[in-house]
Design a protein around this ligand. Sequence first.
Ligand code: ATP
Ligand code: MG
Length: 459
Amino acid sequence: MFLVTVLFLNTAKTKQELDNTIFQTAGIAQKYNCSLRRLDYMQEQGLMSSVPLGLNLIPIKRALTTTSTAIFVPFTTQELFMAGESLYYGLNALSNNMIMVDRKKLKNPNGLILGTPGSGKSFSAKREITNAFFATQDDIIIGDPEGEYYPLVHALGGQVIHISASSHDYINPMDINMDYSDDDNPLGVKSDFILSLCELIMGARNGIEAEEKSVIDRCLPIVYQKYFEHPVPENMPVLGDLYQCLREQKEVQAQRIATALEIYVNGSLKVFNHRTNVELQNRIVCFDIKDLGKQLKKLGMLIVQDQVWNRVTVNRTACKSTRYFIDEFHLLLKEEQTAAYSVEIWKRFRKWGGIPTGITQNIKDLLSSREIENIFENSDFIYMLNQAAGDRQILAKQLNISPHQLSYVTNSGEGEGLIFYGNTIIPFKDKFDKSLRLYALMTTKLSDLEENRERGDNP
Ligand SMILES: Nc1ncnc2c1ncn2[C@@H]1O[C@H](COP(=O)(O)OP(=O)(O)OP(=O)(O)O)[C@@H](O)[C@H]1O
Ligand SMILES: [Mg+2]
């Protein structure tokens, strides 16, 4: 048995207002058959007992049994709050407490952000990027097919790389570093990448045959020989060197590949035949591939993924984590080569200190094949915003969410949903203050962007 005192504290600016709130409180209590008593001449004691000092100065008590007392205990919600290098992910929708988590403490830090268009996916990614930038030492890489991250990245002093047929920002698909692979031979993984690249260039339908693979594999050590002897940037090979080397081989297959490469070396699509001329060492790097034409988009995405791999391997040697955000993830999953690369990232990144986050609209994109499904199953962190009806059913089945929990992703507002952290599921909400400059840097709403422009505040 417990002796319990229940106190309600009413405050107001004027006497009139105070009378109103007291009246309202009494009305609510009345509805549940309780009557409230005013603490006349004991208001000070009442106040001191209401503030969290752990004192009860009020002698009025009621005897309650354990069950009746338990309903007053407010700690019945699950919370996610970690100390250390944790980041903010919104407020707990039930208790209004902050959700602070550190993805690095998960079994695997891989993450997904899912939600219908306009539900706030990119927005929450930008918020995480900003938090990670200030609260951690991690490097951040963004794959941005919509060209919407550059205001934020610029404001944080990061490097935006515009890759397009007419741009003068170049990245070299042949870039390699000595730590590129686990074993002593950095060429191992690199030749895998070059093979994927050639496969993509030659058209995926018939793929490339064993003979062609062998020819490419034979050329690579020759092409890289100079660089391995003197690893200085001027010796880094470009696609043109591979092309030359292929032309010098006598097999017809070599000629076939060389001809396919030609348009990327001398022809109209030669953006990728240059040495890297942008700063890839910046703490926050954004690859903007919005203006890459249809011909080059797949290739561009594959090359960006390879650059990320490059960076992650360098960072591992420096004991640094790398956060990789991939917006419009479904674009990557559509192509066989980039999808395979993404699956690889989800499987192996953790060991290299990588923290990948895929952002996509429909869960269906992630379930299109057994291989890709692995990405979904290997993600311990899921930030789920408003979901389309069809997707909700799939998710309920795949993730075992209750109908009640589903209600948090049904017609929810922007920045509201469910957060999955390991096996903890918590509903969250996040109302970002629209008057902040940071909001102006993160929004994609046309009306907001117009307002910024009018104020001359266009980032
Ligand atoms: N947490 C939030 N607080 C306030 N406003 C938000 C929040 N999240 C999103 N918004 C608003 O919603 C708009 C759209 O969000 P966002 O650009 O993230 O959509 P999206 O889910 O990435 O859509 P798409 O799939 O089309 O890329 C933002 O520009 C912003 O105005
Ligand atoms: Mg978006």
